[in-house]
Design a protein around this ligand. Sequence first.
Ligand code: NOJ
Ligand code: CA
Length: 797
Amino acid sequence: MVRRPTNEPSWYKDAVVYEVHVRAFRDSNGDGIGDLPGLTERLDYLQDLGVTAVWLLPFYPSPLRDDGYDIADYRNVHPAYGTLRDFRRFLREAHRRRLHVITEVVINHTSDQHPWFQRARRAPAGSPERDYYVWSDTPDRYAGARVIFEDAETSNWAWDPLAGAYYWHRFFSHQPDLNYDNPAVAKAIQSIADFWLDMGVDGLRLDAVPYLYEREGTNCENLPETHAILQRLRSHLDHRFPDRMFLAEANQWPEDAIAYFGDGNECHMAFHFPLMPRIFMGLRMENRFPIIDILEQTPPIPESAQWGLFLRNHDELTLEMVTDEERDYMYRHYARDRRARLNLGIRHRLAPLLGNDRRQIELVNALLLSLPGTPFLYYGDEIGMGDNIYLGDRNGVRTPMQWSSDRNAGFSQGNPQRLYLPVITDPEYHYETVNVEAQARNSSSLLWWMRNMLALRRRHPVFGRGTIEFLHPDNERVLAYLRRGEGEVVLVVTNLSRHSQYVELDLSEFAGIRPLELFGQQEFPAIGKLPYLLTLGPHGYLWLSLVAGRPGGQPPSVEAGKRITLPGASETAFHDPVRHDLELALARYLPTRPWFGHPGRALREVILQDVIPLGRRLPDTYLILLEADYLQGESDWFLVPLSFAFGEDADDVRHHQPELIVAEVVEEDLRGIAFDAAGWPPCVTTLVEMIRQRKGQSGEEGAVGFQAATGMPPPATPRDPEVEVSDNPDGHTTVAVAGRYVLKLYRRLELGVNPDLEVRLFLTEQPRQEAVEVECRCLGDVAGRETGVGHHHHRDQ
Ligand code: NOJ
Ligand code: CA
């Protein structure tokens, strides 16, 4: 059974999706073509980047005349990319890193090389085999349907000499459309979807979904029959795979696009095609109107539905969903070079579209990540990759990922002439300077900025789930909106202009509140009754938290977002999706403790790296190992003994030490807490006992071992000792136990042997040094961090 990254059925609402083509990411065997083993090798990169899902373009056997959207076999892997086994391994590795995987089912058409088509053209007219596709004796049926690939095709009909008939195709003529009037077709597609879902794929993008049916006298798009078939696919999905997702590719106006959500009974997601060009228009016009206008024209969507937002993808920047004037405007401003135009669109990547202007790149991404929906990033745009408009069709935006300044940009060890497409060598975007390795080293790079933004977004579910409300300040160059969600309100203010702007916002509803700027965790002046004045630099943007949801710097209090709901016993806190909530709670908790030791250092996120249960010795108590990532600089590792308590124990902590509460915990009708148990007598005695008995304990990834430094065991400890706890900014907590000895818990863990412990060990071996003596130490060899808990006692007591 495949382990799923989360059991939250609406995971796609909190997702950030990374779109990537297998062949473009990493070539593992030097044949010049990216492959599944190569992609698997680079999953750590995606995890570090902070995306939560990967969308793979078609990787099936195909003549590759439409880069794989021309499928010749739906149930296999193109040999250049690997094998089904490689795919299964990729899926497993992605899931292990809590990444969801979205793949493609191209349901509208196949390659003309698909056995179905080869069979159809040879079968007699009217036979069920012939009927898999749409045929005609004349090329004039369905004249109301437009030609989509207008640079390549002149008609939607193509002549097949073998069949002696015309066949219907909405895209390239080598991509015949399937005939959904034949029930066998829907059945076949259904079983293909099941094939991949059974394997464990989390979501399916349904390509070209508006075109499934043809009817005379219509434009053959969005027909009722098409919706009926989607409903059938969905009800089957809900029945067999309730936690998976359908994503519609329907390049349509909002009112037609929302039809693909049905009443929550068709697709879970659909791309918002009309919004995308309007983000670019608003930016160039320095006016918020196009963006607000299209979102206000977008009708509300069902509860379970979610828009997919994107700036760029593997196709041309499509201008189908704009008026003729708007298209002219876009061409004039974004595609002066005619070669950059393709079909009804522009074949540029994000950075070249925006003149490689870092400010504008940040601004549009800040919009992408804060407007309502799930953001989709296109591979390479996170480092500002360039494109090559001389490569024909859409190949210029599909060149190899740039990993380093090595040969072939670190994409492949092969002969440069063998690459499926050449790497970018344009002087401005040359892979020697624009690459992952160079940017990973520079914390001011676009890559770092993206990582920080993604981490920030992940901490605020309001961006994926909240409502939007536009503000209407006089200054139209400023786009301002409120995102409201459970217990959280964030104000987003964006300057679309290349000059500094000021704006006065009516925020009287929030009078008395001090906004917290989310990137740097800076408090802003309190909001009063008068309009709130903000100034923004050129293309500047602010995300201001107005209510709750504040990681870092704030003392913990009982507030929404600090509460975790457990589906079962305490260990379920470490399963997804609760694990993530716990990480959020810990991100709030850490900066409040003296041993955190970094006042003012802004946390990017906290990652739970290991969990070591104390097991039967002390149920519901765990040593947890955390990685704290900061907005700037190296990360730190911390150790927290975390205990779950209900009833009296919980009341006791609530009453005497509320500052140790990490989260409120709800388990069915029980109300409890998760708290830092470092100084909790049962935890202290358990640890001391473990040291005495030199008991080891293993966790998810590593283990702690307890080891005596001298032959002398520590004295037995009373069961409920008096303890005196003190936290130290050097990164430890000391617990004086029953006035007899001291347990020193190293909170901040260093790689290697803890120098402090070494000194104490040394002291132990020099018995005449009387002051302090180490009896034993506990070693956590977790992820190479040796020192976990240290223990010593005063000799003469
Ligand atoms: C939509 C895909 O995004 C595009 O790349 C492809 O060419 C067409 N569908 C036709 O399959
Ligand atoms: Ca390869």
